[in-house]
Ligand binder design. Structure first.
Ligand code: BES
Ligand code: MN
Ligand code: ZN
Length: 502
C-alpha cells in the first residue's frame, strides 16, 4: 500500500473514501470532522443527535456523500473519550475503520491523523500509529489460497493535515510506522506459514536472505557445529526429527556504537508435537506457531537494520522441530547442556526451555547482554494471563522496567510474574543437576526458573508469549492468526538505548 502525507482540506480530495473521527460525548463535531459535516449539510451531527453515532472507541459509521463532495464515502470512526485517547487506541481504531472501508471496496482512502491535534500526542507519533494500525489491521495471509480474495486491497492511504508545518513530522512518523508494521508482518508471515513450509532450514534461509538484503551479518550453525560446541539440549530435541536443526545468529552494529551487544533470543520450534510425550491431536495444528519468538527476533532485527539506532544487537534463534521419531529423546533421558549442566528430560514436551537454555548459555559465553528471550513457552502462562498480556520474568528489575516501557511504546502488554526461590524446588532432579518439568502448578514460573539457571548474573528478561502469539479473532490491529507480538517491543527497546530517541 502506498502511503502519502498531504496538506489539504480532506473534503475536497479526489479519493474513494475519507476517514474522520469523533470523540465520545461530542455533540457538535469540530475540526476536520466539523468541516466535512458542514459540507454534507449536517449529516454527521444529525446522526449524532439521533444517537446512531456515539463516538465509542472503534465504532465505525459509513456515510454516502451522494455528490456533495468528491469522495463517495465518509467513514466516521469513534475514538472513545478524549481524555482516554492513547496511541494504541489510534492503532486499533484505524485498523477497524480501514477494514470496514476495504469491505466496501474503497481502494484509495484519505484520513485525518487521529490524535495529532490532541494535547500531548505529537503528530509524528500519531502518524506512526495510524500507519501501524492501517498496515497491521489490513493484513491477511492468503499465500496458500488459490481463490482470489473477495475484497480489493486498499492501494493508497493519504494522511491529511491542515497545518503544513507538521508535514515533515508526519513524514517521519509514516516512515517509522511502516518499518515497524512491516517487521511485525514479516514475523506474522513466518508464523502463519504451515510447518511444512517453515522448517528450521527454511527459517534460517529467510533470516539469511533478510540479512543479505538489509546489510546484517548472519551466521547459521548446523548440526555438526552444534555437536562441536556441545549444544546437547538443542540436539536432544532435534534428534526426533528428520529435519536438521539450525541456530541462527544475526548481528547488527550501529555506526559508532560501543560496548556489549544487546541480545534477543527467540524460541524457534517450527513444529511442536510434544515429542514422545505426544500432545493430544486436538489443537496440535496450532503448534506450527511455536517459532513465534524466533520469528519476532528475526523480524525485529530487520527493523533495527532499517532504523539504524546507535547500538549493537545480536539475535539468536535456535530452530528445530519437536517430533517423536525413532531416534527421539525419551522421558527419563539425561542430556548435557552447552554450559555443562546435566538435565533430566522428564517431559519431552517441555522442549522450549531446552533449546533456549543452550541459546542463553551461548549468549552468556559470547559476552552478550542484557538479554531478552521470547518464547511460546507454556500453556500455563496462557491460563494465567489469557491472550491479552505476555508473562514477564526477570533477574533484574531495572532491566525489566526498561523492557516494560518499550512494550508500552509498542502497545504490547506485559505482566510480571514472580521468581521466588521456593519455586525452584519443582525443577530438582535425583539423577541430574536439574529436570525440565515440575508439577502443573505455577508452570510458567518453573519454566522461567529453569531458564534462569543458564543466564547467571547477566541482566535478563524472559517473555512468555504462549497466549499472545496467536489470536482467533480480529481485534483492533490484530487479525486472526499470528499477531507478530514482541517485534515492535524489541525494536523500541533497541531504540531506547540511543539517547534522544524513543
Ligand atoms: N509450545 C508449548 C507451549 C504452548 C502451549 C504454546 C499452548 C502455545 C500455546 C510448550 O512447548 C509446551 O508444550 N509446554 C508444556 C510444558 C509442560 C510439559 C511442562 C505445557 O505448557 O503444557
Ligand atoms: Mn512442547
Ligand atoms: Zn513448544
Amino acid at each position: 500500500m502506498e502511503i502519502k502525507v498531504l496538506s489539504a482540506d480532506i473534503a475536497t480530495l479526489p479519493v474513494k473514501a475519507i476517514i474522520v473521527n469523533l470523540f465520545e460525548g461530542v455533540t457538535q463535531p469540530s475540526g476536520a470532522t466539523g468541516a466535512v459535516d458542514q459540507a454534507l449539510g449536517g449529516a454527521i451531527s444529525r446522526l449524532i443527535a439521533e444517537g446512531e453515532i456515539k463516538g465509542k472507541l472503534s465504532e465505525v459509521t459509513l456515510l454516502h456523500t451522494l455528490g456533495k463532495i468528491p469522495p463517495q464515502r465518509v467513514a466516521v470512526v469513534g475514538l472513545g473519550k478524549a481524555q482516554e485517547l492513547t496511541l494504541d487506541r489510534v492503532r486499533g481504531a484505524t485498523a477497524e475503520v480501514c477494514r470496514a472501508l476495504r469491505r466496501v471496496g474503497a481502494t484509495q482512502v484519505a484520513t485525518i491523523v487521529h490524535g495529532a491535534g490532541q494535547g500531548s500526542t505529537d503528530p509524528n507519533q500519531a502518524a506512526q500509529a495510524v500507519v501501524e494500525g492501517a498496515l497491521l489491521g489490513l493484513y491477511t495471509f492468503r499465500r496458500h489460497l488459490t481463490k482470489e480474495a473477495e475484497h480489493k486491497e486498499m492501494e493508497e492511504l493519504t494522511l491529511v493535515e491542515r497545518d503544513s508545518d507538521k508535514l515533515s513530522a508526519l513524514e517521519r512518523g509514516v516512515a517509522r510506522g511502516r518499518v515497524l508494521a512491516e517487521a511485525a508482518i514479516f514475523a506474522r508471515d513466518m508464523v502463519n506459514e504451515p510447518a511444512n513450509y517453515m522448517t528450521p532450514t527454511i527459517m534460517a534461509d529467510r533470516a539469511q536472505e533478510m540479512a543479505r538484503a538489509e546489510g546484517l551479518e548472519c551466521t547459521v550453525l548446523d548440526r555438526e557445529d552444534m555437536q562441536r560446541l556441545g549444544m546437547g539440549a538443542l540436539l536432544a530435541v532435534a534428534q526426533g526429527s528428520h529435519q536438521p536443526p539450525r541456530f541462527i545468529i544475526l548481528r547488527y552494529r550501529g555506526e559508532g556504537a560501543e560496548g556489549k551487544p544487546l541480545g534477543f533470543i527467540g524460541k524457534g520450534i517450527t513444529f511442536d508435537s510434544g515429542g514422545i510425550s505426544l500432545k493430544p491431536s486436538e489443537g496440535m495444528a496450532e503448534m506450527k506457531s511455536d517459532m513465534a519468538g524466533g520469528a519476532a527476533v528475526v523480524a525485529a532485527m530487520r527493523a533495527i537494520a532499517r532504523l539504524k539506532p546507535k547500538v549493537i544487537v545480536t539475535g539468536l534463534v535456535p530452530c528445530t522441530e519437536n517430533l517423536p521419531g525413532g531416534a527421539a529423546q525419551k522421558p527419563g533421558d539425561v542430556l548435557k547442556a552447552l554450559n555443562g549442566k546435566t538435565v533430566e528430560v522428564v517431559n519431552t514436551d517441555a522442549e522450549g526451555r531446552l533449546i533456549l537454555s543452550d541459546a542463553l548459555s551461548y549468549a552468556v559465553r559470547e559476552g552478550i547482554g542484557p538479554l531478552v528471550d521470547l518464547a511460546t513457552l507454556t500453556g500455563a502462562c496462557q491460563v494465567a494471563l489469557g491472550k491479552i498480556r505476555s508473562g514477564a520474568f526477570t533477574n533484574n528489575q531495572e532491566f525489566l522496567a526498561r523492557v516494560i516501557k518499550a512494550a508500552e511504546d509498542a502497545g504490547e502488554k506485559l505482566w510480571q510474574l514472580p521468581m521466588d526461590e521456593e519455586y525452584k524446588e519443582d525443577n530438582k532432579s535425583r539423577v541430574a543437576d536439574i529436570k525440565n518439568a515440575g508439577s502443573r502448578w505455577g508452570g510458567a514460573i518453573t519454566a522461567a526458573q529453569f531458564l534462569a539457571e543458564f543466564v547467571g548474573d547477566t541482566p535478563w528478561v524472559h517473555l512468555d508469549i504462549a497466549g499472545t502469539a496467536m489470536t482467533d479473532k480480529d481485534r483492533g490491529y490484530l487479525v486472526n492468526g499470528a499477531t507478530g507480538v514482541g517485534v515492535r517491543s524489541l525494536v523500541h527497546l533497541a531504540l531506547s538505548y540511543e539517547k534522544g530517541r524513543s
